[in-house]
Design a protein around this ligand. Structure first.
Ligand code: PGA
Length: 293
């Protein structure tokens, strides 16, 4: 009898410790969502390759590139493809890409809905041309057209209110890089430019890290340096918007081409690229989209 009691107590004790053990190893959602650099997080974020055509190409030139690109990438499924043509070509490009795997976006927008703002384009007008994305705060807009983190913030909110996905550019200037304040500059762009969103809104946008001094030079930063900055961006974003940090895609932009893209894409916090020059021709952009994994 005594032996039976001992066996029963041992059995109950073992069952209890198993149950406790299970609850201990149950994933803690906070820990899981805040950490960065996990390969599984990267898998859940679809790679995005976006071509920024800047102020290049007439409507017919744009159409000719898009027609070739469409054929060249028709078999691509694992990469999301996006083109930012000029405003004037948006409608025509939308007609051409409607049934394809190419998405389109505008290179800028104004935050007001309508009114006496000569030369500006509203979020609804952009949506109306078939765009799903809009580029906000590109360094050329900051440099030549006086955009600030404050205007970037207004534009992000206006875009989201219209159901457009903002692709927000941040990065250090040459002077900031030379004076070793890269991280401070990036943190300021984020804390001011990306302020005041709900976690849900914060989970849906895309951030692009573009070292301003490397844009259009043909000489990008090293993939290691880019990774370090991307991890920093994700860390700051986690402090601002918790689980949104692991969900959002952070693209690298500045002098990416078909030859160097694979090295960037191997990094755990780099989820795609914003490409200028190398997106202007269908041949180089399609090669870049089909980078070797
Ligand atoms: P780049 O431009 O690829 O020509 O350097 C990138 C960008 O400005 O978005």
């Amino acid at each position: 009898m005594k032996r039976l009691i001992i066996v029963a107590v041992f059995f109950v004790f073992t069952m209890l410790s198993c149950a406790v053990g299970k609850s201990v190893i149950k994933p803690d959602s906070d820990i899981f969502t805040i950490k960065t650099n996990s390969p599984s997080d990267k898998i859940s974020r679809k790679v995005l390759m976006a071509g920024n055509w800047k102020m290049n190409k007439t409507v017919s030139e744009s159409l000719s590139v898009i027609k070739t690109l469409k054929k060249a990438v028709s078999d691509v499924k694992d990469v999301e493809i996006l083109i930012f043509p000029s405003y004037t070509a948006l409608q025509a490009i939308n007609n051409e890409t409607k049934d394809s795997n190419i998405n389109i976006g505008a290179q800028n927008l104004f935050w007001e809905a309508k009114g006496a703002f000569t030369g500006e384009i509203s979020p609804a007008m952009i949506k109306d041309t078939g765009c799903s994305y809009v580029l906000i705060g590109h360094s050329e807009r900051r440099q030549y057209f006086g955009e600030t983190d404050e205007t970037v913030n207004k534009k992000i909110k206006a875009a989201m209110a219209e159901g457009l996905i903002p692709i927000v550019c941040i990065g250090e200037t040459l002077k900031e890089m030379e004076t070793n304040v890269t991280f401070q500059a990036i943190e300021k762009h984020m804390k001011e430019g990306l302020a005041g969103l709900t976690v849900e809104q914060a989970s849906s946008l895309v951030i692009v890290y573009e070292p301003v001094w490397a844009i259009g030079t043909g000489i990008p930063v090293t993939p290691d340096r880019a990774q370090e900055t991307h991890a920093f961006i994700r860390k700051i974003y986690a402090k601002m918007y918790k689980e949104a940090a692991d969900k959002i895609r952070i693209l690298y932009g500045a002098s990416v081409n078909p030859e160097n893209v694979s090295a960037f894409m191997k990094k755990p916090d780099i989820d795609g690229s914003l490409v200028g020059k190398a997106s202007l021709e269908a041949e180089s952009f399609s090669k870049l989209i089909k980078y070797s994994k």
